[in-house]
Design a protein around this ligand. Structure first.
Ligand SMILES: [Zn+2]
Ligand SMILES: [Zn+2]
Length: 553
């Protein structure tokens, strides 16, 4: 009888973001990835969403390590928050840890954090596990799949991956090693990236994007070129830089994360741009348009990003106009489509030629499509399978692929955030769930609850009415006239009419309350809220937030 091994999913199953899993054996825990989720329109004012760390907080002493598969924010963005609760070494490739270190520095935690760099193919003892780091291709350099050698056999986590046979850095997904694991010890459980599980075929090679970008740059001699892409996409940046330099241009960087990541990648030898090919953004105006290529952040339409400012004519550094070429070498993450379209429209209106993924091959996904997922399944031959990294329908599509590829249906577990799977001598099954609610981070005030978000949505969609009344402390009788203020759903004239009616409604309601001998402030607030609510709903069919203020005199 070997000890059972549990995998708890704290995030990433049911959304793209806040990836975080905990692998447990004999009471010891290893965390795999710790990412953030970027808030959507349902979460106004929220900066970030974190995984729920309740389980880890309670068992902080049991955590032996944190393993990071790659440097994307949905995998490393919450590490600083976790390290406030749990002290454990963090493992990852040099580039991944470089990105994590930037986050830790911002949180003043870099000095005390223990970061352990691991190399391709390396094996490390972390707590009860022998953890093996297997190279995979993805849209950020040096991503890993991780094989956990456990008491219950090998658990292989694919990480975010694609099967790019001609990657820019020549570092391919190590299918041979995965095949070797399958044919020697066997793979007991495969956890695999589901992002593109609904899409048939194979994801194109990143090298093809490079060819297309080169053609675009070559055929636009004499014109200024501005390209927006993810700052972590070092291979994309390398190909852009090569094409720009070959056409006699110098490269300027725009946006904080672009500057930071390019510096990190050059320092680590992952990005090769000759010093003399770089130019400071401040000097760009002094060069001919045909002599520059600007690499910018803001490909997701983020409101304060470099590209958005250009589109709005508010950039400190350049004014986009006729003859400029702007390439969005990216694709809009679901939820960002509208913002990206606005940015593209703004640029087009200023006279720029806007090139994006719908009209030219300027982007490829970093995630495997169905053909690649099938390939991995056929090589790994896992006895059981859990699809990870996806919205529900991606996970569902991936579980069907696994069954079609021969994994027994009762060993394919469709999990969501908070689910736990347990591998025992008998097989795989669900274990007791763990907390997995969304944890909202809002500026410096920290965690805001669901109640606060509900209030913000009501304020945004319905507006607010504030009623201030002064009552006699002993009798509860109204002193003077109530004051009524509204915001967000009526114009001035509409407000005057409503306020007049609201004042009489409040006066009547308080008279009735006084006659019944009720004058506690809580009770009076309820009476006022009900009276105004009924009136406003009748007159406007709206349900604004109603804030009664009772002053005792
Ligand atoms: Zn990724
Ligand atoms: Zn990811």
């Amino acid at each position: 009888m070997a000890d059972p091994v549990r995998v708890a999913f704290l995030g990433g199953l049911g959304e793209i973001g806040r990836n975080c899993a905990v692998i447990e054996q004999s009471g010891r825990l290893v965390v795999l990835d710790c990412g953030v989720f970027f808030p959507n329109v349902e979460m106004p004012g929220v900066d970030l969403v974190l995984p729920d760390f309740s389980m880890l907080r309670e068992r902080a002493g049991d955590v032996d390590g944190i393993v990071l598969s790659h440097g994307h924010e949905d995998h490393v963005g919450a590490v600083a928050y976790l390290l406030r609760e749990v002290r454990a070494p963090v493992y990852g490739s040099a580039f991944t840890l470089g990105i994590a270190r930037n986050r830790l520095e911002e949180a003043n935690l870099a000095a005390e954090a223990k970061l352990v760099v691991v190399a391709d193919g390396e094996r490390r003892r972390i707590g009860p596990f022998d953890v093996e780091f297997i190279p995979v291709t993805h849209s950020v350099p040096h991503g890993f799949a991780t094989a956990f050698h456990t008491a219950q056999g090998v658990i292989l986590h694919s990480g975010d991956f694609k099967l790019d046979l001609t990657p820019v850095d020549g570092r391919r997904t190590d299918l041979a090693r995965i095949g070797e694991l399958a044919s020697t010890s066997g793979i007991r459980l495969l956890l695999s990236d589901s992002t593109n599980a609904e899409e048939p075929g194979f994801t194109g090679s990143e090298s093809l994007v490079g060819e297309s970008l080169r053609r675009i740059i070559d055929t636009r001699q004499g014109r200024r070129i501005i390209v927006a892409c993810f700052a972590s996409h070092v291979h994309r940046i390398q190909q852009l830089a090569d094409a720009a330099v070959a056409s006699g241009r110098r490269i300027a960087l725009l946006g904080r994360s672009m500057l930071k990541n390019v510096a990190l990648a050059r320092e680590q030898g992952l990005l090769s741009i000759p010093d003399q090919a770089m130019v400071d953004i401040e000097s760009v105006d002094r060069l001919d348009p045909g002599e520059v290529c600007i690499l910018s952040t803001g490909s997701q339409g983020e409101p304060m990003s470099a590209l958005s400012l250009m589109a709005g004519g508010e950039s400190r550094w350049l004014t986009v106009g006729d003859g400029d070429v702007v390439v969005l070498s990216s694709h809009a993450i679901p939820g960002n489509e509208w913002a990206v379209a606005q940015v593209m429209d703004g640029l087009a209106r200023r006279g720029a030629e806007v090139i994006h993924a719908a009209i030219a091959h300027v982007h490829e996904s970093g995630h495997a499509r169905q053909g690649e997922l099938e390939t991995l399944l056929s090589i790994a031959k896992p006895t059981s399978f859990v699809p990870v990294h996806g919205e529900y329908r991606h996970l569902l599509a991936h579980s069907r692929i696994a069954i079609a590829m021969g994994v027994p249906a009762d060993s394919v577990l469709l999990c969501e955030d908070g689910d736990v799977v347990e591998l025992g001598d008998e097989g795989i099954d669900f274990g007791p769930e763990v907390p997995s609610s969304y944890v909202f981070v809002d500026g410096i005030s920290g965690d805001v609850g669901l109640g606060v978000l509900r209030d913000r949505r009501v304020l945004a969609e319905e507006g607010v009415v504030v009623a201030v009344v002064t009552v006699d402390r002993r009798s509860g009788e109204l002193l003077g006239r109530p004051e009524v203020v509204s915001r967000g759903f009526l114009d001035e004239a509409g407000h005057e009419d409503l306020a007049a009616e609201a004042r009489s409604v409040i006066e009547k309601a308080l008279e009735v309350a006084a006659a019944e001998g009720r004058h506690d402030p809580d009770g009076l607030r309820r009476v006022i809220r009900r009276a105004i609510g009924r009136l406003v709903n009748e007159k406007t069919r709206r349900r604004p937030m109603i804030v009664p203020v009772v002053v005792e005199a």
